[in-house]
Design a protein around this ligand. Structure first.
Ligand SMILES: *Cc1c(COP(=O)(O)O)cnc(C)c1O
Length: 422
């Protein structure tokens, strides 16, 4: 979002005009930002023409699962990474071939995994019991990838670290021999190795540590097609924030990968699965100001949204930049911005913002990833509409929910009489 002539614009479209047209609260995604991030990631790995690597980007759908977003990813030449069979179905609706869909369960029911396998997706197996089950059911028929837990504690918040030794994710690298023995017992074809160690690495070198684990393990499996480094890219939430240096990462990981391919004796695909990196910055949650409430100690701004729409501040202590779209040049003051949920529901504490008045429109920035996809109907609130700005035009890509959506599926018991009279 850019400030031009006192107004915030997305691809030249006034954000307030979008709010006016589609109503509030509203998620707005800038398709250009997504395309730009894909381009940055690709160019970081392009190397010199004769020394490039075979890069594949799989969009981690859980960050933002709207089908139009998935279609944009496919149009941009990406594959997709899903964690549930429903995400796989959404990806299929968006036009992805089953072979372009990698399915990474984490303790999912066997019945669900079988549904996904019947679709023909690439399975990324996350436990020894699952390997056994695959072997017993399919013998050597179904090629799989292995999700390994490298025992590396990296990444931001503990809730989003997945690669440390105590985490539930992946098959611990300590079980290397057990993995190999189940695989050879059934002759299960292993075509990929995968590690996803969580999000928000402080240090790009973490990918090199992951690389060491994967490259070493790869020597057990001669028929690999790809090595997948998962995600973990850190994005910038405010001025001065650390963000993963993609160029540095691309140079280091490509070099390590090329020399690995020489040792391995074949060119493999180098995969990443970014979610946040691709969609975080593209998304804005626009919300109207209901009340500006003075307390003796602070001034609260109460908006017509809350943790039901954007849970990241409460769940991860995440920082989201806030813009006052309708008064960008107001005198700065300190505000605590809160939602309307009956529960502590704070977006930002003691934040300097241009003067906020009732009826102003605020934008919560970096709201594309884990915003709408984690939204709920808590407090019987409706989920917002979603709009994508594509080639300078805003498109409604999901309608705002209605009261009927809250009732859908409820079977209402008709009691014959009041059982207890007061
Ligand atoms: C969530 C997830 C990702 C994406 O993580 P981001 O931090 O959003 O980039 C990638 N791979 C797997 C297996 C995941 O569960």
């Amino acid at each position: 979002m850019q400030l031009e002539n006192h107004q915030y614009t997305i691809q030249g479209v006034d954000a307030l005009a979008i709010a006016e047209e589609f109503g509030l609260p509203l998620y707005v995604y800038d398709a250009d930002k997504i395309i730009e991030k894909i381009g940055l990631l690709r160019s970081a790995f392009s190397g010199t023409p004769d020394r490039s690597v075979n890069l594949k980007i799989k969009y981690a759908a859980k960050a933002l699962t709207n089908v139009s977003i998935l279609k944009l990813m496919r149009q941009q030449g990406l594959d997709v990474e899903v964690v549930s069979v429903n995400e796989a179905r959404l990806a299929q609706l968006a036009g992805f071939e089953p072979s372009q869909i990698m399915y990474t369960p984490s303790g999912n029911a066997w019945s669900e995994i079988q549904e996904a396998l019947e679709m023909g997706v690439q399975l990324n197996a996350d436990s020894l019991p699952l390997l056994e089950q695959i072997g017993q059911t399919y013998g050597s028929q179904y090629p799989i990838a292995l999700r390994i837990n490298p025992s590396i504690a990296e990444g931001g918040n503990f809730k989003i670290q997945t690669g440390h030794g105590d985490s539930k994710f992946g098959i611990p690298i300590d079980y290397r021999d057990q993995i190999k023995s189940i695989i050879s017992q059934y002759g299960i074809p292993v075509v990929g190795l995968h590690i996803h160690t969580g999000s928000d690495f402080k240090d790009g070198n973490t990918f090199l540590k992951i690389a060491d684990v994967l490259f070493d393990l790869a020597m057990d499996y001669p028929d690999l097609k790809f090595i997948d480094f998962g995600s973990g890219f850190k994005v910038r939430y405010r001025e001065g924030d650390y963000a993963t240096d993609l160029v540095d990462l691309g140079a280091k990981v490509s070099a390590a990968f090329r020399s690995f391919c020489e040792r391995y004796g074949r060119e493999l695909e180098l995969c990443f699965e970014p979610g946040k990196l691709l969609v975080s910055e593209s998304g804005h949650l626009l919300a109207g100001v209901n009340v500006v409430k003075e307390n003796p100690t602070r001034t609260f701004v109460q908006v017509d949204s809350g943790l039901n729409h954007l849970i990241r501040p409460m769940m991860y202590d995440a920082y989201h930049d806030i813009k006052n779209l309708s008064n960008p040049n107001g005198a700065e003051k300190s505000y605590t911005v809160v939602g309307y949920i009956c529960e502590t529901d704070t977006f930002a504490t003691d934040r300097q913002l241009p003067e906020v008045r009732t009826g102003d429109v605020l934008s919560f920035e970096n709201a594309g990833a884990y915003g709408f996809s984690m939204a709920s109907n808590y407090n019987a609130r409706l989920r917002p509409a979603e709009v994508m700005v594509y080639e300078g035009k805003p498109y409604l890509i999901r309608q705002r929910e209605t009261f009927e959506d809250l009732l859908r599926g409820q079977e209402i018991i008709e009691f014959e009489e009041e059982l207890v009279k007061n």
